[in-house]
Structure formats: structure tokens, C-alpha cells
Design a protein around this ligand. Structure first.
Ligand code: UDX
Length: 446
């Protein structure tokens, strides 16, 4: 099938590449000419395992093309995806200006019936706005062309996006016409071989499904962070508690890891946007508000533990930080807990020596040049001259460090483990003070 995708960001690029990989003829459109040029030369602007070779192979095979020419791209697709950004506006609602700009572009260039698909995470009711925007352009042109607008939310996880796209656990199609349902089923048939993964529903339910999924996952994390804070106060170890509850299939092992708070491009934004949608519709979503509030304070928790350890001040300290990305296997630092902690450390007069396997460039871009930040080339380089070590992202390479070496390098012999990667006994046996999240330990060490 012929597919057009507006937006070569995370979602658009991964989706387009995977659709090309199963044989569809895909054109990706972006207004950023430099990005399009780069992609046509095999330069993938994001770090995502497995993506670059797939982009190159499908581009070389002629199934995946990149362009800034919206008019010809609209003419190409039997299915036209809208996969542009929906950043939060001032009050936390999703800003639809880019989505609606694409809708107008489609209306300006449409020549034959097409199925338009919202892939971006958009508030309930957006498909109606997209429909109205396209229809308005057609009316201006004085033409009548049939089109459908469907919702097909993505459930990609950064760092594992190619896999999620090639082997989805479900494919949600929200559509009101049989034409749209049939066409999208045909598009996704290659991903739907071993068992039925497609769930067809009305458009509004599909739009809400995406938010419900992310809000549920964020809720699990905030719940566990709240338990961790209780555990810390009562002298229990949340890691034991986690193992004590995860085997109950009603609870499950996934997304019950306490930590330094959730970040990324989805959870913070989507929880807020859903709360705003509820509010606009006359409902006060108290649980969502609490999920967000717990996460906000959790992002400051490691700094509180540091102040506790250092008797109220970290001024003049040099802190090694392992991990800046919001999670492993990505260079993405959007809403990352590292941003909060580094800001707090700098504000308090500390210097940071940071190492992240992939996010150094992004960190340079986000923080700029500053005297109180040294971006290091290795985990060990970050420890040089450091007084304390903080672990913020659970990259595999941080999992079993040489504690004796850390003890030697880190002057105050203390680890603040924001992802509970280490066993407190092992760290303490090496003569290093240990603070984790919700492990009862920090209370004892104080
Ligand atoms: C998420 C959803 O998982 C995905 O389905 C959706 O399409 C987009 O949003 P992503 O933002 O890439 O994906 O990352 P995810 O792996 O879900 O992690 C989000 C954040 O939660 C990270 O900061 C991570 O460190 C944190 N997290 C996750 C926890 O703190 N504890 C957990 O148990 C799991």
C-alpha cells in the first residue's frame, strides 16, 4: 500500500520505517529540510536501537522516501498519517497547532479519497477537529472529495520502539467507516499474523485508550514511589515489597519499579493533558493530579537524601552522576529526573561530573557550557575528584560496578542510587554509605 506520514519525529520515523520494512511504499514528510536531507543520506537524528540500519535498507530499496514536498506527498498515500508533535501548552493541554496545520495542508492538496490517521497522542475529540480543518480547505477550493479520519494511537517505548512496532501487543483502530477499518486492517495485516491483535472501536474510545494506557502506567510508578516513601519511614525495603507483590498476576511485575520519578515525552505530558481534558469536561481527576504530584516530589527526593547525608549543604561538593537520559537505551532527556537534580545541585553550589553512554550531546545542548558541569567520556572518568556518586539512569553498564574502585575514587564514599540498582549490603560491605529509594537504609545512615 502507499503510505504518507507527516512528521519524522520519534513516532513518524519509526512507524514509517517499520511499514516500509514489511513492503509498503512510504513517503515521510517533514518541514525541516536539514532533517529530510540527513535522512535521505542515512543520517538518523535520534538514537534508537536497530532503527538506522532499517532506515538505510528500506531507503536503498526505494520503499522509504523523505521529502519536504507536502503536495506530492498528499497525492501519494492511500493512508495519510499525522504523526507530528503535540507539546503541552501553558495549562498542560495538548497543543494541537501542528496537527491542525497538517490537516489544513492535507485539505489544500487532496485530489482523491483518502484515509487520514491521527497517530500523534491527541485529546479526545481531535479527529473531529482534523475532519473540520480538512473539510474547510476543501470547501475553500470548491471541491468535494470523500475522506475519513481515523485514530490509531502508537504504543512505542523509546529504546525498544522498533520491536514494539514490528511486534505490537495490540493495534488499536478507532474509525467510523468500513472503508477506513478495512484499509487499516490491510495496512497492518503483516503485523497481525500469529494471532488477532487488532482492536476496532469508535474514534473517541481509541483516542482515550492511549491516554488511559499511559496514565495507568504512570499511576503504577507513582504508587510504588509512594510506597517507597512509606517504606523509608518505617524501615522497610521497597525492593522486598516489590518482589512480594509482583507475582500476583493482578498486579504484575511490570512498571512497579520505584525510582527518581518518571520522565520522557509521554507520561508527564499525557497525565497532565488527560487531567486537563477531564477538567474541561467538568470532572476533577483527583487521582491523576496525585500521580503527577507524587512524581514531581519524587524527582527531588535524591537531593533531599543528599542534604540529609551532608547535614543540610552540598555547597562545594563535586558529584559524579551516572546517567542523564530519562531511561536507558535512549539519548532523550525530555522531563528527565537528571534535569531536576542537576539544577538543584547547581543551585546549592555543587559541581557535577556526569556520564551517560548516549546523552552527552543532548546534555550539551540542554545545559550549554557551564563551569559547574563536566561531561565525561566514561563512568570512571566521572568519578575522578568526586565526593559522591549518584546513579540516575539504569544503563546496563552501571549494574555491577567495581565498588572497591568507587570507594577509592569517591572521596566521601557514598552512593545515592536513584534506580535501586545495587544491593545495600554489598555496597556497605565495600565501605560505602548507601542510599536507595525506599530502602529503609537512608534512615539508618543518617
Ligand atoms: C511510554 C509508554 O511505555 C509507551 O507505551 C508509550 O507509547 C509512550 O510512553 P516511554 O516514555 O518511551 O514509553 O518510556 P517507559 O519505558 O514507559 O518509561 C517511562 C518512565 O517511567 C521512565 O522515566 C522510566 O524510568 C520510568 N519508570 C518506568 C519507572 O520509574 N518505573 C517503572 O517501573 C517503569
Amino acid at each position: 500500500m502507499r503510505v504518507t506520514i507527516f512528521g519524522t519525529g520519534y513516532v513518524g520515523l519509526v512507524t514509517g520505517t517499520c511499514l516500509a520494512d514489511v513492503g509498503h511504499d512510504v513517503i515521510c514528510v517533514d518541514i525541516d529540510a536539514a532533517k529530510v536531507d540527513g535522512l535521505n543520506n542515512g543520517i538518523v537524528p535520534i538514537y534508537e536501537p536497530g532503527l538506522e540500519p532499517m532506515v538505510k535498507a528500506n531507503h536503498a530499496a526505494g520503499r522509504l522516501r523523505f521529502t519536504t514536498d507536502a503536495a506530492s506527498a498528499v497525492g501519494h498515500g492511500d493512508v495519510v498519517f499525522i504523526a507530528v508533535g503535540t507539546p503541552p501548552d501553558e495549562d498542560g493541554s495538548a497543543d494541537l497547532q501542528y496537527v491542525l496545520a497538517v490537516a489544513r495542508t492535507i485539505g489544500q492538496h487532496l485530489e482523491r479519497p483518502v484515509v487520514v490517521v491521527d497517530k500523534s497522542t491527541v485529546p479526545v475529540g481531535t479527529a473531529d477537529k482534523v475532519t473540520a480543518a480538512i473539510a474547510a480547505e476543501l470547501t475553500k477550493r470548491g471541491v468535494e472529495i470523500a475522506f475519513d479520519v481515523a485514530s490509531n494511537p502508537e504504543f512505542l517505548k523509546e529504546g525498544d520502539a522498533v520491536n514494539d512496532c514490528m511486534r505490537p501487543d495490540r493495534i488499536v483502530i478507532g474509525a467510523s467507516s468500513q472503508v477506513a477499518i478495512d484499509r487499516l486492517k490491510r495496512l497492518y495485516a503483516p503485523f497481525n499474523r500469529s494471532h488477532e491483535r487488532i482492536v476496532v472501536m469508535d474514534v473517541r474510545s481509541a483516542e482515550l485508550t492511549k491516554y488511559a494506557a499511559n496514565a495507568m502506567l504512570a499511576t503504577k510508578i507513582s504508587f510504588m514511589n509512594e510506597m517507597a516513601n512509606i517504606a523509608e519511614r518505617v524501615g522497610a525495603d521497597i525492593e522486598m515489597v516489590r518482589q512480594g507483590i509482583g507475582s500476583d498476576p493482578r498486579i504484575g511485575w511490570h512498571f512497579i519499579y520505584p525510582g527518581a520519578g518518571y520522565g520522557g515525552s509521554c507520561f508527564p505530558k499525557d497525565v497532565q493533558a488527560l487531567a486537563r481534558t477531564a477538567h474541561h469536561n467538568g470532572y476533577d481527576a483527583r487521582l491523576l493530579g496525585a500521580v503527577e504530584a507524587v512524581n514531581e516530589s519524587q524527582k527531588g527526593h535524591l537531593f533531599d537524601l543528599m542534604l540529609q547525608h551532608y547535614g543540610g549543604s552540598v555547597a562545594g561538593k563535586t558529584v559524579a552522576v551516572w546517567g542523564l537520559a530519562f531511561k536507558p537505551n535512549t539519548d532523550d532527556m525530555r522531563e528527565a529526573s537528571s534535569r531536576r537534580l542537576l539544577a538543584q545541585l547547581w543551585e546549592a553550589g555543587a559541581t557535577v561530573r556526569a556520564y551517560d553512554p548516549e546523552a552527552s550531546h543532548e546534555a550539551q545542548r540542554v545545559f550549554g557550557e557551564r563551569e559547574d558541569l563536566v561531561l565525561c567520556d566514561s563512568a570512571h572518568a566521572a568519578l575522578a575528584d568526586a565526593d559522591a556518586l549518584v546513579v540516575l539512569t539504569e544503563w546496563k553498564q552501571f549494574r555491577s560496578p567495581d565498588f572497591a574502585r568507587i570507594r577509592q575514587a569517591v572521596a566521601d564514599s557514598v552512593i545515592f542510587d536513584g534506580r535501586n540498582l545495587y544491593h545495600p549490603d554489598e555496597v556497605e560491605a565495600a565501605g560505602i554509605a548507601y542510599y536507595g529509594i525506599g530502602r529503609g537504609r537512608s534512615v539508618r545512615q543518617a
